[in-house]
Design a protein around this ligand. Structure first.
Ligand code: ADP
Length: 208
């Protein structure tokens, strides 16, 4: 985050002479305690300073990058997941393509009649299936999908950064967010590269 000159000055004072009370910091800057209050609140919330009652402010020793890393490492899948777009395994490739356009997504998840995950359809899977001369409304998607158990999934309590690592390692665009049940996997969400891009933008926006 971008700190103001005054906030930088406060950090320098606390670094050098902390623990130090808000009153004393205000005196040093020739300001009132009330004027300083928002700056101290920002610096404490952002993690640069810590405050102990009756002792005062002290410097946490953490750099901006360390604080950012700590923040990102706490993000969970459930905070950023989107709604999944699902088709059943017997719909045709033609209908799956239509769904992909209508829902404006790049990946469809495929479920069986019990709503359990059985496969994934990406854009290229559908393009590949469209290259022959077959009638696309006659081919069910279960013929062409990537199928279980080869599906990489995540759960809503997983760390977002681990989901991001999976996207990179497996070279895929999205992960289904699932609830693991005895019968199989129930699809409850989706994490995509777009979600990851939004995280990046939000991190910067929070700072503005
Ligand atoms: P595209 O095909 O548009 O490049 P992806 O990179 O997501 O999209 O998909 C590449 C291949 O990986 C496809 O065959 C797809 O079925 C498969 N795939 C996509 N997502 C997953 C996943 N979560 N687990 C396993 N395989 C996947």
């Amino acid at each position: 985050m971008e700190l103001s000159d005054r906030q930088e000055q406060i950090i320098e004072i606390v670094k050098k002479d902390g623990p130090i009370t808000g009153e004393n910091i205000a005196d040093r800057l020739n300001l009132t305690r009330a004027t300083l209050r928002p700056d101290l609140a920002i610096l404490t919330m952002a993690g640069f300073l810590d405050a102990r009652p009756r002792v005062g402010y002290f410097f946490t020793g953490k750099t901006g990058t360390e604080l950012l890393t700590e923040k990102v490492k706490k993000f969970k899948v459930k905070e950023f997941q989107s709604i999944p777009v699902v088709v059943t395994e017997n719909v045709s490739v033609y209908d799956a393509i239509t769904t992909m356009f209508l829902e404006d997504v790049g990946t469809l998840f495929v479920t069986n009649n019990h709503s359990l995950l059985v496969g994934v359809l990406s854009r290229k899977d559908l393009i590949r299936a469209s290259m022959g001369k077959q009638d696309l409304s006659e081919i069910p998607v279960h013929i062409i999908m990537t199928r279980m158990p080869n599906i990489t999934v995540c759960e809503k309590e997983d760390l977002l950064i681990e989901a991001a690592q999976q996207l990179i390692e497996k070279q895929i665009d999205s992960l289904p967010v699932v609830i693991k049940k005895e019968e199989g996997l129930e699809v409850v969400g989706r994490i995509t590269k777009t979600n990851m891009t939004k995280v990046l933008v939000n991190l910067v926006r929070d700072d503005l």
